[in-house]
Design a protein around this ligand. Sequence first.
Ligand code: ATP
Ligand code: MG
Length: 230
Amino acid sequence: MSKKGLFITFEGADGCGKSTQMEKITQYLLSKDLELMVTKDPGGTDLGKKLREILLGYKGKIYENCELFLYLADRAQHIDEKIIPALKQGKIVLCDRYIDSTLAYQGYGRGLDKDKILELNNIVSHGLIPDLTLYFDVDTEIAMQRIGNDKDRLESEGIEFYKKVREGFLDLAKKQKRIKIIDSAQDIESVFTQVKAEIDKFLIPGKNNRSLDKGQLLRQNLRKADSKNR
Ligand SMILES: Nc1ncnc2c1ncn2[C@@H]1O[C@H](COP(=O)(O)OP(=O)(O)OP(=O)(O)O)[C@@H](O)[C@H]1O
Ligand SMILES: [Mg+2]
């Protein structure tokens, strides 16, 4: 792994098992003495926690553009305050949700223009894209059963919305190599085996190890971010 950071995002609908698997992979990576930063989007910073409270708990209507900009405001702070500094220190950053959730929920789910979302996201993230994205795919009905009755503002959306979000994630995964589909309908240990296999490809040197190219890309993005921050 040498000194470069690695940016890994965990994506999927509510209840698909992201938190469960992040916890397990955190233990696995810590057991290898790797330096980690585990964080979430939204709510990865003190300011972001306030925005998260609004996003998940506000009882009134939040209009679609306002919702998008609240997510992006959270991400702007998160990227500059925490994610880029951690990657520069060579840490592995595990982030619960990132751009693909914005595209799936606000783009495919709410119907906002996906190219515009990408453009705006590019501004707040300084073009930083994950090295690896694990998308936890599970039937919408199963995910909803897993959540149970304790639903937040977004989880209270109807099943049709969630079906659009799932189709969105699958479409994104089809188009982008960095997104790996994890079959999250399986039991927790079998899901973890899939997660570990994908992450190991970045940690264990070998023929198929793509970490060098990804690392180069990452350093380019960090340089870009640096010059913009100056
Ligand atoms: N593979 C699995 N099989 C069965 N139950 C699971 C599996 N993975 C997670 N669960 C259970 O489903 C529930 C939701 O899981 P978890 O909190 O990890 O999902 P999440 O993707 O983080 O959801 P959210 O987006 O709402 O944070 C938890 O009670 C968890 O124990
Ligand atoms: Mg979670």
